[in-house]
Design a protein around this ligand. Structure first.
Ligand code: ZN
Length: 343
């Protein structure tokens, strides 16, 4: 199956009332872990690469690995998405390379650190929508600012500093025409999201619900949504790691989000933890080993387990065969027809 449009995947998720995990990758083993989990659970899937991942892998390597995944797992609808594009040029280069979906994170300026103004965000996102839709590519925008920093991207600080304003979210969608909208509801990137199990004072599910009521047909995206389960932290610390106690976004809160318009859930930290724990275990228990496969195999397996679990919890499991992929060229025509209708 060729790479699929994220818009189609999320439209189908909305019809079926489920969410789709978007998992970050940097290398072959992570892509294999996700594809194996997708096959095992029969899930459509979004694989995403950040700017950091594109630099680390020389993105052409990553792109061809994605094509291999599409070829080897033809029954799985698969989206290749750019996570947190920081500028028009970054998004354009991803579209030119063959990504079927891009995120333009205009909530920050091009430095990936300084919060932008609403007008700046609208302007750059609208320009990306224009070139992306002209090629049938999906666009995710962001309004409000996530907490924390990951891969050098983020304003830092608390997730509560710039929680999304529902009125602004409506205006943003109208002015930009984005297909999916990332919102800030108190979550942060990285492992250290909350200092105790989050309640409504730090994780603003009420804001999410208010936005969904105003924008019932817009696909909402939860970023920074690893659950950071204790058992994954424990494996790392048991084998010599030094993670401080931390809490992520509980799965039941994500499921509440899915019942209220969340269609894409970004998960990276949980997979990083699983991989690192598995590798530490091999190093600690069998220090005589030195073949990279001896620890990359268990690492891949540990990540696959986490991904399969999330696919089941988000409800995407069992939905891989629900629909035939719409070719990207056909998506292009649909966007053009929509634009004509709007005028
Ligand atoms: Zn993010």
């Amino acid at each position: 199956m060729p790479l699929v449009s994220m818009r189609q995947l999320l439209d189908e998720a909305a019809k079926g009332g489920y969410g789709v995990g978007a998992f970050n990758v940097n290398n072959m083993e992570q892509i294999q872990a996700i594809m194996d989990a997708a096959r095992e659970t029969q899930s459509p899937v979004i694989i995403q690469a950040s700017r950091g991942a594109r630099a680390y892998s020389q993105d052409k390597f990553l792109y061809h690995l994605m094509l291999a995944a599409a070829e080897l797992y033809p029954e799985i609808p698969l989206v290749m998405h750019l996570d947190h594009g920081n500028s028009f040029e970054t998004c354009k280069s991803a579209i030119d390379l063959g990504f079927t979906s891009v995120m333009m994170d205009g909530s920050l300026l091009e430095d990936g650190k300084t919060p932008s103004t609403f007008e700046q965000n609208v302007e750059v996102t609208r320009r990306v929508v224009e070139i992306a839709h002209a090629k049938g590519v999906t666009v995710e925008g962001e309004i409000g600012v996530l907490g924390g920093i990951e891969d050098g991207h983020g304003a830092g600080g608390s997730g509560l500093d710039h929680v999304t304003d529902p009125d602004q979210a409506v205006e943003f969608v109208e002015k930009t025409g984005v297909d999916a909208l990332a919102i800030a509801i108190g979550t942060s990137h990285g492992a250290y999201k909350f200092t105790s199990k989050p309640d409504g004072s730090v994780l603003k599910m009420d804001v999410l619900i208010a936005i969904h009521k105003r924008l019932p047909h817009v696909h909402l995206v939860m970023h920074g949504s690893s659950s950071v389960p204790k058992h994954l932290q424990d494996v790392i610390n048991q084998y010599g790691g030094k993670l401080k106690p931390t809490w992520g976004v509980p799965v039941e809160e994500i499921q509440l989000g899915i019942r209220n318009g969340v269609r894409k859930i970004n998960v990276d930290t949980d997979n990083r933890l699983a991989i690192t724990g598995a590798i530490r275990k091999v190093f600690a228990e069998t220090p005589e080993k030195f073949d990279p496969r001896d620890y990359m195999k268990p690492a891949r397996e540990a990540m696959k387990k986490v991904v399969a679990e999330r696919m089941t919890q988000f409800g995407q499991a069992g939905h891989a065969g629900d629909y035939a992929p719409i070719p990207i060229a056909e998506m292009k025509q649909r966007y053009a027809a929509e634009a004509v209708a709007a005028k």
